[in-house]
Design a protein around this ligand. Structure first.
Ligand code: NAI
Ligand code: 15L
Length: 268
């Protein structure tokens, strides 16, 4: 049966806030979890993914989990290790112990951020390119995807790993024209990932049907995702303000954008 009660981790964050508004329209009852309290949501669970007992209690009785919680940008290895690597492991252990059948994992383009994006007639980036993280942050998303594969193969716990491009109300850079996912398409994709049958562990690219798309949406569409939005109406203004992408700048030619060229965050 289609899931009804869904735990949304990271519910206080940018994407969590957007999805809290949009997902109830699909009939879901959301249970919210975040480190931070959420204004106007007194029932939200305030817990750290480091707290295994709290995480186990939070997953008890839900039909599925949308896992957005974690550090969403580059940070020191220690911080990434705790929040994204150990935190995601705790969540999967709790899901296994409580018999939750499906996780939708917020992976990221930064798991494969060093991948060059297509130019001219090059084919779109397929979903099975090798992991090529551009940061410790991206590396933690590689870990999450591999953890998802392990829990499917060993325990039969299904996951859709969504390598999200940029999900914000509007694209704000020329790069984002290629990887933007409108919030409405984000909700469509999460709904498809929650309801498609027999997903095992499936990796999908998460974006709208952008005119300047860099990656292949085939595996996302196979879940039933039918994106309705395109960043193109924003193109003229953004290009006038920022210029075209520079073919000699890796921050413009690699999928991960500036994550590829930003200085590392010390201490490691
Ligand atoms: P965000 O940083 O706004 O939200 C993340 C939330 O997770 C925060 O509210 C934070 O308090 C919570 N959190 C962090 N550590 C936690 C812990 N140890 N225990 C419990 N909660 C914790 O990030 P955003 O943009 O909402 O992204 C959500 C997820 O989607 C993240 O996993 C991010 O890596 C992923 N993602 C987002 C993209 C986007 O375009 N917004 C693109 C690619 C991936
Ligand atoms: C991400 O993974 C980040 O969480 C988000 O804040 C954006 O930076 C996005 O990628 C992006 O690549 O634009």
């Amino acid at each position: 049966p289609a899931p009804r009660t869904v735990l949304l981790t990271g519910a206080a964050g940018g994407l969590g806030t957007l999805m809290r508004e949009l997902l109830p329209d699909y009939g879901y009852e959301l249970r919210l979890l975040d480190l931070r309290p959420i204004e106007g949501e007194p029932d939200a669970i305030v817990a750290d993914l480091a707290d295994r007992e709290a995480v186990r209690e939070a997953v008890r009785g839900v039909d599925a989990i949308i896992h957005l919680a974690g550090i969403s940008l580059e940070a020191s290895f220690d911080k990434i290790l705790k929040a994204n690597i150990e935190g995601t492991y705790h969540l999967y252990e709790a899901a296994r112990e409580e018999g939750v059948g499906r996780v939708v994992f917020a992976s990221s383009n930064h798991a494969v951020g060093y991948t060059p994006h297509p130019r001219g007639d090059d084919p779109l980036i397929p979903v099975d390119v090798p992991h090529r993280p551009d940061t410790f942050y991206g590396l933690s998303k590689c870990f999450g995807e591999d953890l998802a594969q392990l829990y499917w193969d060993k325990h039969g716990l299904e996951t859709v790993s969504v390598r999200i491009g940029s999900c914000f109300p509007e694209p704000t850079s020329v790069r984002m024209l290629s990887v933007w996912m409108s919030p409405a398409d984000g909700a469509r994709l999460l709904h498809a990932a929650l309801t498609a049958e027999n997903v095992g562990h499936t990796v999908v690219h998460g974006s709208s049907a952008n005119t300047r798309l860099w990656w292949d949406l085939t595996s996302a569409r196979a879940l039933g995702y039918d994106p309705q939005d395109d960043s193109e109406p924003y193109a003229e203004k953004l290009i006038a303000e920022q210029g075209e992408l520079d073919p000699d700048n890796p921050a413009h030619t690699r999928l991960g954008g500036h994550f590829v060229t930003d200085p590392p965050i010390w201490p490691y």
